[in-house]
Design a protein around this ligand. Structure first.
Ligand code: PLP
Length: 417
């Protein structure tokens, strides 16, 4: 049985008050809250079997190694990866994409090749590819958007061409909520022999994601957005590509044999995990995946879609704000960006904060998108599985108070796009 009020009890932080009022946490796209079993997994590791992995013959080290690798298996299963070795632990989505850019990108993208990204990419899926394009004398192309905030694929064949080596795009946009047409873009990429990188930072936490079904070559994701601790994330790479990739960092753990002048590499995935890894957080990510799997990702998505629909309906009634992104919840995640041309989003965010409502304001690490929309910043509420209709009502009610407080200016605001 899916009961939000029961789920909320699993998250200690949701019981706290801010300024003497119950916390309304609507900043989930930035980072999610953590259930007790994740916090407990961290404590268990440090209290019961804190030890380094892979190199010890003593009981604690073997226990830590088993749990660490078990967590990798859980994460691999969760994203539909055929083999656990195809999931490399990283710190987060940003590190995953940089790893890929500095290894596969540098070795496979050659002068004159094209890399395709979209106008809605997070900086972490845009800036690394700028660097690869500059270094390799390749061309970076950016698929534009429609005014609804979806990809404008009307001229897609002029973006994805026989020169394309990589198509890199977010599954769900953190700034618009848009769910992108992965299968269509992947098919286009395949037709010209290009590889596909999916930025799963926002999708893996909120919907069933299966890399095999989606047929992407690479997928990056962050643990902290899916109930795991900060500092742990993953990069999925198709096995045949991973086997050919050069190591990212060199040092302990990733080597098989070392001589004075050369070295050979360890098996996958250790080849990509130089140095002592983030053991505790990886194990806790396994616990987060257990928790989400117990809820059922279909249920997580269903709840999010229902709550998003409700929020969109209520927020659309507020005349003074523009809601950004597609209005159809079939192609939208639980991300609710809004804007009033006369009030700075930070002012709205600060007003909401005084009522214990946590949202995010700013460019959300998507400055090229903001520029394309003619905006500097937006306010963004983002939902997760523990949010309720009552919390959306509170957001709407306090937002109305804010608009009243900031006065006539808000009423004069008009669409800027
Ligand atoms: C779509 C998207 N990609 C990438 C990132 C970067 O994630 P991280 O900061 O965990 O590396 C984020 C974070 O907000 C995101 O929303």
């Amino acid at each position: 049985m899916f009961d939000v009020n029961e789920i909320r009890k699993d998250f200690p932080i949701l019981q706290r008050e801010v300024y003497g009022k119950p916390l309304v946490y609507l900043d989930n796209a930035a980072t999610s809250q953590k259930p007790r079993i994740v916090i407990q997994a961290l404590t268990d590791y440090y209290e019961q079997y804190n030890s380094n992995v892979h190199r010890g013959v003593h009981a604690l080290s073997m226990e830590a190694t088993d749990k660490y690798e078990e967590a990798r298996h859980k994460v691999a299963k969760f994203i539909g990866a055929p083999k656990a070795e195809s999931v490399i632990w990283t710190r987060n989505t940003t590190e995953s994409i940089n790893l890929l850019a500095m290894t596969w990108g540098r070795d496979n993208i050659l002068p004159g090749d094209e890399i395709v990204v979209t106008q809605m990419e997070h900086h972490s899926n845009h800036v690394p590819w700028q660097k690869v394009a500059q270094d390799q004398q390749a061309v970076l192309k950016v698929i534009p958007l429609t005014k609804e905030g979806t990809l404008d694929v009307s001229d897609i064949d002029s973006y994805i061409t026989p020169k394309t080596k990589l198509v890199a795009f977010c599954h769900v946009s953190n700034s618009l909520g848009t769910i992108n047409p992965v299968k269509m873009l992947t098919k286009k990429a395949r037709a010209v022999g290009a590889k596909v990188l999916l930025d799963g930072a926002q999708s893996v936490p909120q919907m069933p994601v299966n890399v095999k079904e989606l047929d992407c070559d690479f997928m990056a994701f962050s643990g902290h957005k899916m109930m795991a601790p900060t500092g742990i994330g993953g990069l999925y790479v198709k096995m045949d590509i991973l086997e050919e990739m050069e190591p990212f960092m060199r040092g302990g753990e990733m080597v098989l044999e070392v001589w004075n002048d050369r070295a050979t590499w360890n098996d996958l995935p250790m080849k990509f995990e130089a140095g002592t890894p983030n053991i505790a957080d990886a194990i806790a990510m396994g616990a987060a995946v257990d928790y989400l799997s117990d809820l059922g990702m279909d249920n997580v998505r269903k709840h999010e879609a229902q709550l998003t629909e409700y929020a969109l309906t209520e927020m659309q009634k507020i005349e003074e704000i523009d809601l950004l992104g597609p209005m159809d919840v079939d192609i939208r995640g639980g991300i609710l960006p809004f804007h009033n041309s006369e009030i700075h989003p930070h002012d709205l965010g600060t007003f909401l904060d005084r009522e214990a409502i946590a949202i995010r304001t700013g460019h959300h690490c998507t400055m090229p998108l903001m520029r394309a929309m003619g905006l500097v910043a937006t306010a963004r509420a983002s939902l997760y599985v523990y949010n309720t209709e009552e919390e959306v009502d509170k957001l709407v009610s306090v937002l109305k108070d804010a608009l009243r407080y900031f006065g006539d200016g808000a009423k004069r605001a008009k669409r800027t796009r």
